[in-house]
Design a protein around this ligand. Structure first.
Ligand code: HAM
Length: 430
């Protein structure tokens, strides 16, 4: 028999968000929700687990995500995967809900965990949270500019400056075919010099080679053809419109012909937001158009554009710049101090009564003495301590101590709620 385990840790690359960190996470989530709602984006909570085939079809069979990074489980004849990203599931949910027919233009957002079996490193985890924004059902270039503006506003709202918005285009249809042919020719002439993985991908998905992280490939790719030089007149016009709209908002973007993105569904606009100090994996946000994904999943051929922001890289950037908001946890409003063991049931009932009336409270469960409980109340940052003593119990009262102002009054139990509300309502902020 295997020896008994002494301890357990979360799997590698997966971490818990502890209560102390929740205020910070709520700040990120709250900022994301507030800005998304200002743009009319509605929250969606798509499935965490999808049929594996959904990702193979959308993200692409020959991509790092699908080939190497999915957490897949099999049940009977079915194969399911934890979502490695949000777009595919949101497009699937959009179709399943019938929006393509009933209300094709949908502005949606989601905040939640994604799973990729990547090598854990700074800013890269195997379970990570994304703020995902998707505008589905339209080809309007204003939506491209709108989502880019929303992504940039999110970082600005957190005080993050010095970020770089890089914009490119992946083309679509014929110009993409011409570009693919040009890349085939370029890579084909040097195939033996490319990494083994890129050689394998040459026949199956030559454009993926441009996204290779292999240092030798990166060097070779510097001379490769660029999509922006192959854009059709129509797609160039769309690209220029997006740049112009962003310029009109005073947003500076860097045109980057080398953006390829790691997912296959993109058409036309692609963009990334980088915090250059983070080095090789400096992207805090990635996104773009995916005009045929809805069709590829069995729906009509409708346009769509969106992005996802990673919370972990965002938090690292905030930390490095000393901008992490220091938000205190809010402790329960009342600490119930029970001076006499015999009154513990009464304290228990009082806690229930306070909570039923919307007042948060806690009490000691470790059998501490009066003094120690008072200390605990003070250290815990609770604004009020209610002290239940036997003399007071006989008089039908409790002692109410305002721990902020250091004032104590004896109040009758039947007037307790009002007295508490007065003290809590007028507690000094901060
Ligand atoms: P993505 O570029 O794969 O795009 O991911 C977007 C962002 O998620 C990245 O820029 C990064 O901040 C964060 N991220 C990705 N992988 C990890 C990881 N292992 N650990 C921590 N953060 C990570 C997408 O996922 C697309 N679905 C974006 C999109 C939405 N395109 C259109 N709509």
């Amino acid at each position: 028999m295997a020896p008994e385990r002494q301890s357990y840790r979360a799997p590698r690359g997966i971490r818990d968000v502890l209560p102390e960190e929740i205020p910070l996470w709520e700040e990120l989530e709250g900022t994301a929700r507030r800005l998304a709602r200002l743009g009319g984006y509605r929250e969606i909570r798509p499935a965490l687990l999808e049929e594996t085939d959904l990702f193979t079809r959308s993200v692409g069979e020959v991509t790092d995500i699908v080939e190497k990074e999915m957490f897949t489980l099999r049940r009977g004849d079915s194969s399911y995967s934890l979502r490695p990203e949000g777009t595919a599931g949101i497009a699937r949910a959009y179709l399943q809900a019938g929006y393509a027919k009933t209300a094709p233009v949908q502005r949606l957002f989601h905040i939640g965990p994604m799973f990729r079996y990547e090598r854990p490193q700074k800013g890269r985890e195997r379970m990570f949270t994304q703020f995902d924004v998707e505008a589905l059902g339209s080809l309007d270039p204003r939506l491209d500019a709108e989502v880019i503006d929303l992504a940039a506003s999110f970082f600005e709202a957190l005080g993050l400056e010095g970020l770089e918005v890089r914009l490119g285009s992946m083309g679509d249809g014929e110009d993409r075919d011409r570009f693919r042919a040009a890349v085939r020719e370029y890579v084909g002439d040097r195939l033996a010099e490319y990494s083994e993985l890129s050689q394998e991908r040459f026949e199956r998905n030559v454009l993926r080679i441009l996204d290779s992280k292999h240092p030798g490939d990166v060097e070779l790719n510097r001379g490769a053809p660029r999509m922006l030089d192959h854009l059709s007149a129509e797609n160039r016009e769309h690209f220029e419109k997006v740049t112009e709209l962003l310029g009109g908002l005073g947003r500076r973007v860097v045109v980057d012909a080398t953006i390829v993105r790691g997912l296959d569904y993109y058409t036309r606009t692609v963009f990334e937001v980088h915090y250059p100090e983070l080095g090789a994996r400096s992207a805090l946000c990635g996104g773009g158009r995916y005009d045929h994904l809805i069709r590829d999943l069995g729906g009509p051929d409708l346009g769509a554009v969106g992005f996802a922001i990673g919370f972990t890289p965002t938090l690292i950037a905030l930390e490095q710049l000393g901008l992490t908001p220091r938000i205190q946890e809010i402790p329960p409003e009342v600490f119930l101090v029970c001076a006499d063991e015999e009154l513990s049931q009464r304290a228990f009932r009082l806690a229930h009564q306070l909570r039923s009336n919307g007042i948060s409270c806690v009490y000691d469960t470790e059998g501490r003495g009066l003094k120690s409980q008072m200390k605990q109340a003070g250290r815990g940052g609770h604004p009020v301590a209610l002290i239940l003593g036997s003399d007071e119990a006989a008089r039908g009262t409790v002692q109410l101590k305002d721990l902020t102002r250091k004032e104590q009054n004896e109040v009758p139990e039947d007037g307790l709620l009002e007295a508490l509300q007065r003290v809590l309502g007028s507690a000094p902020q901060g």
